[in-house]
Design a protein around this ligand. Structure first.
Ligand code: 5GP
Length: 204
C-alpha cells in the first residue's frame, strides 16, 4: 500500500503552491494528487478533470447516496468530496496519495484511515494571512473577513494534526513539506520551534 497524506491549511496560507512545488521533486514520481468533486463554479484558470470535477448539487447528492466519497464537506457554501475508489486503487498500486482538504474532511479521512499522515500548514500570524489574502486581489473585504474567521476555526482543528509547519518563508516551508512527504525525519529544531511558536500565537 502507498502512503496517504492529507494536507490542510487556512485559505491563503499558500498550501496549493507548496504542494505543487513539492510534487515537482523527483521523489514525488510515485505520488498522485487527488482530484475532488465540487459543486462550486469553475474559476477561469481551472480545468475540468484536472483542478476538480465540477458537478451539480443533484449529482453530488447522488454520489453521497451511492457512497462514492471517502469524505465530503461543505466549505464556504459549496460541497467538496474525495472520490473513494480512486484513492483506494491508487494506494493499492503502491502509489502515495496526496489529498488537499479542509480540516473537516481531513478528520473524516483520519477516522477511516488512522495510518493517514495529516499535515497542517499555518501562516505566521493572522496579520500575515490578511495581507496575503488582500494581495491575491481575489476577494472583497467581506469575503476576506469571512476567510479570516474560518481560519481561526481551521487552526483550532488543525492544531491536533500529526505534523505542523509554518509558511513564513516559501522555500523553508517547502523543505519542511518535503521532509514530511519524502523522509521519516522530523523538522530541524529551529523550524519545529518556529512552527510551535506561530501556532501558540494563532491560538492566543
Ligand atoms: P477552493 O474552492 O479554494 O479550491 O477550496 C476551498 C477549500 O476546500 C480548500 O481548503 C480545499 O483544500 C478544500 N477542498 C478541496 N477539495 C476538497 C475535498 O474533496 N474535500 C474537502 N473536505 N475539502 C476540499
Amino acid at each position: 500500500m502507498g502512503k496517504l497524506f492529507v494536507i490542510s491549511a487556512p485559505s491563503g496560507t499558500g498550501k496549493t503552491s507548496l504542494i505543487q512545488s513539492a510534487l515537482k521533486d523527483p521523489r514525488a514520481s510515485s505520488s498522485k494528487l487527488g482530484i475532488s468533486c465540487t459543486t462550486r463554479d469553475r474559476r477561469a484558470e481551472e480545468i475540468e478533470g484536472t483542478s476538480y470535477f465540477f458537478i451539480s448539487n443533484d449529482r453530488f447528492k447522488e454520489k453521497i447516496l451511492n457512497d462514492e466519497f471517502l469524505e465530503f464537506a461543505k466549505v464556504f457554501g459549496n460541497y467538496y468530496g474525495t472520490p473513494k475508489d480512486w484513492v483506494l486503487a491508487t494506494l493499492e498500486k503502491k502509489e502515495n496519495v496526496i489529498l488537499e482538504l479542509d480540516t473537516q474532511g481531513a478528520l473524516q479521512v483520519k477516522a477511516r484511515f488512522p495510518e493517514a499522515n495529516t499535515i497542517f500548514i499555518i501562516p505566521p500570524s493572522y496579520e500575515d494571512l490578511q495581507k496575503r489574502l488582500e494581495k491575491r486581489n481575489q476577494d472583497t473585504d467581506e469575503v476576506i473577513n469571512a476567510r479570516l474567521k474560518e481560519a481561526k476555526k481551521e487552526v483550532s482543528i488543525g492544531k491536533s494534526f500529526d505534523r505542523i509547519l509554518v509558511n513564513n518563508d516559501f522555500d523553508e516551508a517547502l523543505e519542511d513539506l518535503k521532509t514530511f512527504m519524502f523522509t521519516n525525519n522530523d523538522l530541524s529544531k529551529n523550524r519545529k520551534l518556529h512552527a510551535e511558536k506561530s501556532l501558540d500565537l494563532l491560538l492566543d
